[in-house]
Design a protein around this ligand. Structure first.
Ligand code: C2E
Ligand code: MG
Ligand code: MG
Ligand code: MG
Length: 277
């Protein structure tokens, strides 16, 4: 087996490295163009109250509508965007678009909380605070309706600087969530010092082995710190029962609603069709 792997890697090493680099560069070039020509769009996945079952917000998730190729999920281009630095203009665009959308919904019959993902590279921009402040000002969105989702790795790169920025963001009125919680390396002492509002439990814990133990422990921890906790990736009725019985505050997952264009998400958020439950 090792021998075979070795032979394969020898045979394919040079050409595949070459074409991978070329592919990545082509992707980067196309993504840069896509940003300029408006091929990026935002889908919205509703987040529900675990007890009420009512939608109270949504998460903005970027998509790339590539001509001839359909909708490309972020997992296929966010890494290239991060490496190339394109994530900065891309992320700013998503933030502004999501704020604009939430502000539009804010004038409707009820307010919708809007969660937006922020990558490390964006967070480390010296003018990130200004970018957020501007997105709020130009959209007119109530800052309390904006939730920025960060991952543990973002904070861990430079905890002191991160904590200062998180406090400044909160001073704007914005709320903060730690995304994919439990998959990174954050310590309990870091959690104690982070000025955040919400933990999002990664779907690997909701769907994986010993979900009851993992989710239960994270919920206890979150609540002990006075944080809200949202379970991601709820796909089955059994998983929904579990996260409800373990006192999660919010639920998000395909069982309740998939990410969809604003027009569809709006129907769910306004309570029109009852989500499948
Ligand atoms: P995330 O922030 O953890 O977002 C949740 C992901 O889980 C989304 O994938 C969502 O479609 C998916 N999901 C939701 N419910 C379920 C479920 O029940 N089952 C399964 N299997 N998946 C579910 P998506 O849209 O492909 O996004 C993947 C990741 O890409 C996001 O993970 C986030 O880290 C990143 N991302 C998406 N949009 C943006 C963006 O605008 N900016 C940045 N920096 N990152 C983004
Ligand atoms: Mg997220
Ligand atoms: Mg997540
Ligand atoms: Mg994730």
């Amino acid at each position: 087996r090792a021998k075979q792997a070795g032979r394969n890697s020898v045979r394919t090493y040079e050409p595949s490295m070459g074409s991978e680099t070329a592919q990545r560069l082509a992707l980067e070039r196309d993504l840069r163009a896509a940003l300029a020509t408006g091929e990026l769009l935002v889908h919205y996945q509703p987040v529900f109250g675990a007890v009420s079952g009512q939608p109270h917000g949504c998460e903005a998730l970027v998509r790339w509508a590539r001509p001839e190729q359909g909708l490309i999920p972020p997992g296929q281009f966010i890494p290239v965007a991060e490496e190339s630095g394109l994530i900065v203009p891309l992320g700013t665009w998503v933030l502004r678009e999501a704020c604009r959308q939430a502000a539009e919904w804010q004038t409707g019959d009820r307010a919708v909380e809007m969660s937006v993902n922020v990558s490390a590279r964006q967070f480390e921009q010296p003018d990130f605070l200004t970018i957020v402040r501007d997105a709020l000002a130009e959209s007119g969105l109530d800052p309390r309706l904006l939730i920025l989702e960060l991952t543990e790795s973002v904070v861990l790169r430079n905890p002191d600087a991160a904590i200062t920025l998180l406090k400044d963001l909160r001073d704007l009125g914005v709320r903060l969530a730690l995304d994919d919680f439990g998959t990174g390396y954050s310590s309990l002492s870091l959690l104690r010092s982070l000025p955040i509002d919400t933990l999002k439990i990664d779907r690997s814990f909701v769907q994986g082995d010993r979900a009851e133990v993992m989710v239960g422990a994270i919920v206890s921890l979150a609540h002990a710190f006075g944080l809200h906790v949202v379970a991601e990736g709820v796909e089955t009725a059994a998983q929904l029962d579990l996260v409800q019985s373990l006192n999660c505050d919010g639920v998000q997952g395909y069982l309740l609603a998939r990410p969809s264009p604003a027009s569809e998400a709006r129907l769910i958020l306004s309570g029109s069709p009852d989500p499948a439950r």
